[in-house]
Ligand binder design. Structure first.
Ligand code: NAP
Length: 289
């Protein structure tokens, strides 16, 4: 299949490479050559604009950063919308606001183009190994059409509802991830302050009810002070903004998430935007002196 792919960062690059490995023909565009180059080396064809990518592809994927980036790449001056053929599909796998994804889907529908919001969870490792969790929103028949491609990139693939539902589920995912990150950091701090080896604490907790992927992966990063991204603090900041804005629109109090958002805000202000979000440990260490 001829597939368009835009957004070749920490997540997008390995996802795109898996599609190439599975035998698909990839067309790509990027605003910087060095991010696109690894795909070209792997056999993808470079195009001059997103519109040119869309003109040659049956299905286009976007894995960029935030809401305004997705709007720019899809609806902007040289965006996918200016090349896309009626009957084709645009699948946005970035994490953006549910309301924005519904708006974009409505604008594409007018032109006879279908959209899915299909954000992911599972990090760089999941993207590389093709084991991402994919939460998709949109029409059932469009989901079924794209599913074989999702199966190359992910393992747990769930059609969660209509347009925007994928982004709502991703917001739910970020609530659980954020609060768990905070909990793991607090546990490590308390163990240390008591003179108890946090490595032993983590080992003891892993198989009980306190066990989680976050304790396993991010707990280790926190103990090693290894904050190479991964999932950048600035993206976590973006995601918590999406969660809290949506909660406010829907009159839902989220006190736990709001506290973690303040920790992430502190990291942003301290100049730690490019670190992995396990650096929430740093914010807590600073609070504890
Ligand atoms: P990243 O490493 O910063 O990569 C983002 C990519 O999108 C880069 O190639 C960037 O191009 C491109 N891009 C961003 N804005 C653009 C624009 N306006 N026009 C053209 N290209 C643009 O980010 P990532 O970690 O791969 O994350 C991508 C998405 O997946 C985000 O929505 C994030 O929240 C979500 N996500 C990330 C993780 C994770 O663990 N990292 C996990 C789940 C979901 P440049 O190189 O030119 O900047």
């Amino acid at each position: 299949m001829k597939i368009g792919f835009i957004g070749t960062g920490i997540m997008g690059r390995p996802m795109a490479l898996n599609l190439i490995k599975a035998g698909h023909e990839l067309l790509t565009w990027g605003r910087r050559f060095d991010t696109v180059e690894p795909l070209l080396v792997a056999g993808a064809m470079g195009k001059g604009t997103p519109a040119e990518v869309a003109a040659s592809a049956e299905i286009c994927f976007t894995v960029v950063s935030g809401t305004s980036d997705v709007e720019q790449v899809i609806l902007g001056e040289r965006g996918l919308v200016h090349g896309v053929k009626p009957g084709s599909v645009i699948v946005d796998m970035s994490t953006i606001a549910p309301s924005a994804t519904r708006r974009i889907a409505a604008q594409l529908e007018v032109r006879g183009v279908d959209m899915l919001d299909a954000p992911v969870s599972g990090g760089q490792a999941g993207a590389t190994q093709g084991t991402l969790s994919i939460m998709a929103g949109g029409k059932t028949e469009v989901f079924e059409r794209v599913k074989p491609l999702f199966e190359i990139m992910g393992k747990n693939i769930v059609h969660v509802g209509d347009h925007g539902a994928g982004q709502v589920v991703k917001a739910c995912n970020q609530i659980v991830v954020s609060l768990t990150l905070q909990g793991v950091a607090e546990a490590i701090l308390l163990a240390r302050k008591n003179g108890v080896d946090p490595t032993k604490m983590r080992e003891a907790l892993l198989d009980g009810y306190a066990g989680s992927k976050i304790l396993e992966v991010h707990g280790l990063r926190m103990m090693n002070a290894d904050y190479k991204p991964g999932f950048k603090v600035k993206l976590h900041h973006k995601d918590l903004g999406i969660v809290l804005d949506n909660a406010s629109e829907n009159h839902v109090p989220l006190p736990g998430t709001a506290i973690v958002a303040q920790q992430i805000e502190a990291l942003m202000e301290a100049g730690d935007a490019e670190l992995d979000s396990a650096a929430i440990m740093l914010a807590l260490e600073r609070l504890a002196g």
